[in-house]
Write a protein that binds this ligand. Structure first.
Ligand SMILES: Nc1ncnc2c1ncn2[C@@H]1O[C@H](COP(=O)(O)OP(=O)(O)OP(=O)(O)O)[C@@H](O)[C@H]1O
Ligand SMILES: [Mg+2]
Length: 242
């Protein structure tokens, strides 16, 4: 019997060329990781997902543990003209800056990383209940997970955080860096995992993307060229090797 796609609604990413790779977009209500080393385009990808959502009536939330909210807003405005301050004013976007002292979520080195991650999960739960966004972007938690030594603790903290996000029904994109393989724990717990990279072809570095997994969906098993321009990110139909 054919599976009805309407039973499993998708959230269009807003990244031209991406949704075709994953059978029509992210499944609604899932946790989707975007992994890559520094400068590969993770923050741009996730910001575009949020910006696109705001244009089609799906309100967004951004939680930034690693960069200050002001810096992220400035960067997206100057690079692509995405006006996150305006979206906030219009009530289409909520930005939660964990560096805000009012949240009392200090990330100083005196704080135990497990305590930080437990408090972070509670903050996410509270904010999702309060605001009820359709889309969520959490920017780069790797540094905090990296500081947790026992692998079983990383697994259970990941499961707790992702479980909280799924329970709220929001469709989320979580970016992760590649330092010390912590990314594998996060990817394991996610519903889909996308990898961003740079391929060295002769004397050129070419941005690339591939889908590592998407639960319950057919995926394209090919590496594609990723373009970043003044319009944002797009996925080309070409392979970096062709
Ligand atoms: N208008 C633009 N045209 C082309 N490339 C751009 C433009 N604006 C930014 N970029 C490029 O996009 C990249 C920024 O990507 P991004 O900040 O998403 O990386 P990241 O993976 O989040 O890195 P990090 O791990 O350091 O946070 C930079 O390499 C930058 O040069
Ligand atoms: Mg980034």
């Amino acid at each position: 019997m054919a599976v009805q796609s309407s039973k499993f609604p998708r959230s269009m990413s807003g990244i031209p060329g991406f949704d075709e790779l994953v059978g029509g977009g992210f499944h609604k209500g899932t946790v989707n990781t975007i992994t890559g080393s520094s400068g590969t385009g993770k923050t741009v990808f996730a910001s575009q997902f949020i910006n696109y959502g705001a244009q089609i009536g799906e309100n967004g939330m951004i939680i930034t543990p690693s960069e200050s909210a002001e810096y992220l807003k400035r960067e997206m405005m100057s690079s692509f003209g995405w006006d996150f301050s305006k979206l906030e004013e219009e009530g289409k976007l909520t930005i939660v800056d964990v560096t805000d002292p009012d949240l009392r979520l200090q990330k100083s080195i005196e704080i135990d990383p497990v305590d930080f991650l437990i408090n972070f999960r509670k903050l996410v739960e509270r904010k999702l209940k309060e605001v009820k966004p359709a889309r969520l972007f959490i920017d780069d938690l790797t540094a905090f997970f990296m500081a947790v030594e026992a692998p079983f603790k990383i697994r259970s903290l990941t499961d707790d955080l992702f479980g909280t996000i799924r329970a709220s029904g929001v469709t989320s994109v979580v970016t992760i860096g590649t330092a010390f393989s912590t990314n594998q724990f996060l990817e394991y717990g996610a519903d889909s995992a996308t990898m961003l990279s740079r391929e060295r072809i002769k004397n050129n570095l070419i941005r690339s993307i591939y889908i590592m997994k998407m639960r319950g969906s057919k995926i394209a098993n090919s590496i594609r060229v990723l373009d970043i321009s003044d319009d944002g990110i797009s996925v080309s139909s070409l392979s970096p090797y062709s």
